[in-house]
Structure formats: structure tokens, C-alpha cells
Design a protein around this ligand. Sequence first.
Ligand code: GRG
Length: 280
Amino acid sequence: MNFTEAYEKRKTEFEGYLKQFVSELITFPKELLDAVAYSLLSGGKRLRPVLLLEAVRMFGGQADACAVNFALAVECIHTYSLIHDDLPCMDNDDYRRGQLTCHKKFGEANAVLAGDALLNIAYELIFGAVRLGNNEARYVRAGSALAAAAGGNGMVGGQVCDLLPDAGVDALQYIYEKKTAALIGAALRAGALIGGAREEDLQKIDAFGKLFGFCFQLRDDLLDKDTEDVGKNTYLHAFGQQKTAAALKEKTVAAIELLQNMENAAFLVELTSAFMARDI
Ligand code: GRG
């Protein structure tokens, strides 16, 4: 099995859990269920849950029901952020993943509430793992990592700065690290914690997550180069395509180097190079 097939297999497996989970939300009011189900099941790479479950395995854990709860939780947080990011008061986008955005399809109020519900679902899933599993301390630490990365010192903080009209080039590092890299890094850290990583491993996975998350945003800039608003504060607009591509290459090499002194990192190494080569 080559890497693309291996990634697809994990993605499909996760989507099976996701469909099952969505089928359990039938007690939600219909308007809410429709908006939540539409947003969760409308494709996407499922990168964060795949990373989380890979980190669990890397450090000797198993992708059991509790780990899957965390994988679902990180995808719910991600999906909420995309719904809110697309709203008229933020990026005002009509389409995501080639389909109407949540607010275009279900109305603005339902889209705001679908995002709110998804964030709450995430914490219900995390508390579910704490309650049902036999590794409370690890799950509490993993849940804290996700909550911190999603909040004011993470994704929300980054988004606020991204919306500032005159944040400028000096703020780009902060915006990329917070808006994009924080949740990706926390998915890896949460998985590592669940798997039983030691402190020194956590430091290594954090360093990798930070770099990988930054590369992810540079890659996103390059992918969006023809559609992104030219007034947007991005590395691409500040430094141009050549420098952005060079920075992506340089940081990808550095991220892979960080993995070289970690055990069981083969899948992550392949994922990093495939991802940055835009094969996923
Ligand atoms: C609204 C609190 C709040 C935060 C929004 C995630 C985010 C912050 C904004 C989305 C816009 C954006 C381009 C963010 C950078 C991160 C990013 C590239 C998200 C898209 O993630 P993918 O490519 O999406 O993993 P898929 O569609 O594959 O799930």
C-alpha cells in the first residue's frame, strides 16, 4: 500500500466513525441537525483526526473508543471554526469545498448555532472519554491541550488578529501560529498524551506540530493564490510566490528533520512530504 492509499484508508475509517456519531445526534432540532450534519459530512481532508490518531499509535497507545472521541472532537472544533470563518461578519464566503457554505444553505442564525453546538459537542466527547475510559489523567491533559489551542490564546486569538485591517507583516508569524498551527499542533499533542508520550517526546511533537502547522498555512496560501482577496494579510502577498514556496520547502525539510530523532515516525514523515508537495 502506498502512502496515498494508507492516508485514504485512515480517512475513510475516521469518516465511518463520524457518520456513526452524526447518526446519534437525531435528538437535535431538525434545523440544527441538518446544519451540523451537512458541515461535518461535506468532505475535507480529515487531517487533524488522522494526525491525532497517528500520534496515539506512535507513542504506544491504541486507536480505541476514547481516542476516537478525541479525533471526533478535534474535527468538530475544526468544522465549527470553518462555519464561523465563512460568515458574512468574517470572511463572507459563499462556497466551501465546492458546496454552499453553512450560512448560505441554512441561514446565518442556524450557521452560528451549528458552530456553537459543534464546539460543545467537542467538549462532551472529551468528557465522555474521561468518564468512560481508564486513563483520566491523560484525557484531562489532552482535553486541556485542545481547549487551549482552540481559544483566545490559540485559534480564536489568531482569528481576531487576522481580522485586524492593519496588523501588517510583523503579525503574520503570530497569526499563522495561532489561527492555523495551534489546533494542528494540539491534535498531535493530544494524541501523544493519550498514547502515553514522555515529557521529552511531548517537546519534540510540539516542535514538529508548530512547524508543520506553519507549513500548512503557507501551503494554503499557495493553493489559494488565485482566489484569495489581494488585500488579505498573508505571507504570499507580503513576500510573493517564490519566497513563499522557498519558505515552505525550507520549513518542511526542518519539520522532517525533527521527526528523524523520533521513533515510529515513518507515517508522519511521509505525510509531511506528501502534504507539502500538495499530494493530499
Ligand atoms: C472562527 C474561531 C474562528 C476561527 C477561524 C480555521 C480558521 C480560524 C479559519 C479558516 C480559514 C483558514 C484558511 C484558516 C487556516 C486554516 C485552514 C487552512 C483551514 C482549512 O483547513 P483544511 O485545509 O480544511 O484542513 P478541510 O476542508 O480539509 O477540512
